[in-house]
Design a protein around this ligand. Structure first.
Ligand code: MN
Length: 249
């Protein structure tokens, strides 16, 4: 049986350890795979700790790449030492994501980055990050998750470039979003342009300078199902994966 109705969206995993027995897993939160499925895509997990050849075999079968949220990107990947205020790091995930993201950038695959994913997209394309917002930027705004708050809590507004594709998909020039990050984009990579900021000036979204689908958002649209506008980002992403597949077939 063969079913090609849905484009295949690769999602690199994170390292997970079962604290009961020490077994190591590659995992992705269901919120991401569910959001891709709702939008018409077929999510596929890309495990960590694979050889280059195996990773290429998986990569060659995906139509687009989703970079999910998670822990910090190792600062060595953008030429910095690890500062005391940098958070937890997952080097196996960094290695896998940097490889597939650079392949996807070179081959023109659609890429959608969420939270850590916008940061990974920026680093893979040659940009850099603030390792910790409170330590390195002057702002009164809390961008981090506070224990006990709901994950869909609207923490701050973002204001869009009205000419951006993301603003057109959302249908509004400004929108309130959740905020679960302590890092942020510093130098924005060539090929990406900033299309949204929070009132304190922090980069909240980027997209490609050309027509291809390269989109990164610093908030978590997969946790904002209560507002169908955020689902349109996933729909636009899956649609561009469908077009990418059709054009290379
Ligand atoms: Mn924020």
């Amino acid at each position: 049986m063969r079913n090609d109705s849905r484009p295949v969206i690769g999602i690199p995993a994170r390292s997970v350890v079962d604290t009961n027995n020490g077994f190591r897993y590659s995992g992705i939160p269901l919120t991401y795979s569910n959001a891709i499925e709702r939008a018409g895509g077929a999510p596929i997990l890309i495990p960590l700790h694979l050889s280059e050849e195996t990773l290429q075999a998986i990569y060659s079968r995906i139509d687009a790449l989703l970079l999910a949220g998670g822990v910090d990107v190792h600062p060595k990947e953008f030429g910095e030492d690890v500062e005391a205020f940098c958070g937890e790091i997952d080097t196996a995930r960094d290695e896998t994501e940097l490889r597939v993201t650079r392949w996807a950038l070179a081959d023109g695959h659609p890429i959608f980055g969420i939270c850590r994913g916008i940061q990974m997209l920026n680093v893979a394309a040659g940009g850099s990050l603030y390792q910790d917002i409170p330590a390195q930027l002057e702002t009164e705004q809390n961008h981090s998750y506070r224990s006990g708050d709901p994950y869909n809590l609207r923490a701050h507004p973002v204001e869009f470039d009205p000419n951006s594709r993301v603003a057109k998909w959302l249908g509004v020039p400004t929108i309130d979003v959740n905020s679960l990050h302590h890092q942020a984009l510093k130098n924005v990579a060539p090929g990406l342009r900033v299309i949204a900021r929070s009132p304190d000036g922090i980069v909240e979204a980027v997209e490609s300078e050309d027509e291809r689908f390269l989109v990164g958002v610093q908030w978590h649209p997969e946790l904002l199902e209560d507002d169908e506008r955020f689902g349109r980002l996933f729909e636009a992403f899956v649609e561009s994966a469908r077009e990418f597949r059709a054009n290379r077939a």
